[in-house]
Design a protein around this ligand. Structure first.
Ligand code: ADE
Ligand code: ZN
Length: 418
């Protein structure tokens, strides 16, 4: 039987994914990342694969590497100048300042209060200026333009349509306007995308949002999420919405383990059927770190590792919301090296003053990552995307692998030339 090359190699990648090293391997003095290197075929170079951390970010343009973003809020990523222009267009008078630099600072300061409810306060202003077809389309187009500039080849962006009806739009009109902007962006820049509809944890309208997501799936909506303040709003309260999504054979991601512990993650998976988890930072509470340097996974962590549940991790946002007090205590490195299917994300580029390039640079330098490990992160994300399988395979083989291969070739050439 003839096997199509892309599918064949896609299959091999799954196998390699399963054969990641054990906790013992990594916690018994094996240098960080060493065994992960063996999981990716890299015929061009040996010494370039030794580059890691700050040496890597010095030699390689992280912005140009093909990256994949699965977790970004449309209303959390506006450009400050756009917020000001749209406020003027709509006659919105609520902005704290009309200077773009000052407004950017205002959002960043507001986001760094160390708790999620205060982090979310800035959204009042971005949502206020996204209330007409034109403003929604512009924000969506600029999102794709920003992704292109950030080296992102595929992006999933999410928002809650229910927040954008203050000036009389229906939720369908809201979605259609956003999709128009995303399509125009894709046509101009070639960045592929998927849209995720959010329900809000503190609202009672999640079933309505789920039905809207399902109705819009052929237009570009790829999944359903539950966002907003986590503590006091357990995901299982929205189980009817998630069951509707499951009955429609559709996709679920849930913010969980950001401002609340493993119980929220457990409910998201086992009551609500989440296929991916937003953040899951507090999964670290289900892992015991033993004095000999090894770790003992709790039942939930073991399940998530075994089932390859994708974890959409957001480093800077986690520092700003207090999910983690600093990068030293962030579990990203531990999860990655233990073989969890993690990927890097921005969450809210405006509030957290971030980009995919910034998150990737931060992760590379702080967790001492290599180029192969960065490729692994892009592959983890692309494999976990809600795009259909064929599209995922195409992007992996047409964009991600050739993009990383070109960098390896260049590094090897530089090394040959001394
Ligand atoms: N909406 C925007 N950012 C969010 C976050 N970090 N957690 C929950 N809901 C959000
Ligand atoms: Zn989020």
């Amino acid at each position: 039987m003839r096997v199509a090359p892309a599918e064949y190699f896609g299959f091999l990648n799954e196998i390699k994914d399963v054969s990641l090293p054990s906790a013992h391997d990594f916690c018994a003095g094996v240098p960080a990342g060493t065994l992960l290197e063996t999981t990716i075929m890299n015929p061009t170079t040996t010494s370039t694969s030794m580059l890691r951390g700050k040496e890597l970010t010095r030699r390689v343009d992280i912005g140009a590497l093909p990256k994949v973003l699965l977790h970004e809020h449309l209303d959390g990523g506006l450009r400050p100048a756009t917020v000001i222009e749209l406020a003027a267009e709509l006659g919105y008078k609520g902005l704290p300042t009309t200077d773009p630099g000052d407004l950017a600072d205002w959002f960043h300061r507001g986001a760094q209060k160390g708790n999620l409810p205060e982090y979310l306060e800035g959204f009042e202003h971005t949502i206020a200026v996204m209330q007409t077809p034109e403003t929604l389309e512009r924000v969506a187009f600029e999102f794709i333009e920003d992704m292109h500039r950030d080296g992102v080849v595929y992006a999933e962006v999410r928002f809650a349509p229910v927040y954008h009806t203050a000036r009389g739009l229906t939720q369908e009109e809201v979605i259609r306007s956003v999709i128009r902007g995303l399509r125009r962006g894709e046509k101009t820049y070639g960045v592929e995308w998927g849209l995720i509809v959010c329900a809000m944890r503190h609202m009672k309208k999640s079933l309505e949002a789920a039905e809207l997501a399902i109705r819009s799936r052929d237009e570009g909506v790829v999944g359903f999420d539950l966002a907003g303040g986590e503590e006091g709003f357990p995901p299982k309260k929205h189980v009817d919405a998630f069951q509707a999504i499951e009955r429609a054979n559709f996709n679920i991601t849930i913010h969980a383990g950001e401002a609340f512990g493993p119980k929220s993650i457990w409910q998201a998976l086992q009551f609500c059927g989440a296929h991916r988890l937003g953040h899951a930072t507090r999964l670290r509470d289900d892992i015991e770190f033993l004095p000999d340097g090894t770790m003992k996974l709790g039942r939930l962590a073991q399940y998530i590792l075994d089932r390859r549940v994708p974890l959409e991790m957001c480093l800077l946002s986690n520092l700003h919301t207090g999910a983690c007090k600093d990068l030293e205590s962030h579990p990203f490195g531990v999860f990655f090296r233990r073989g969890f299917r993690v990927c890097l994300n921005t969450d809210d580029r405006l509030m957290s003053d971030t980009t995919m390039t910034k998150e990737t640079t931060l992760a590379t330098e702080h967790f001492d990552l290599s180029l192969n490990e960065l490729e692994k992160l892009s592959l983890n994300a692309m494999k976990s995307a809600f795009a259909h399988f064929d599209q995922r395979i195409r992007i992996i083989f047409d964009r991600i692998k050739p993009g990383f291969a070109a960098v390896r070739t260049r590094l090897a050439e530089e090394e040959r030339q001394g």
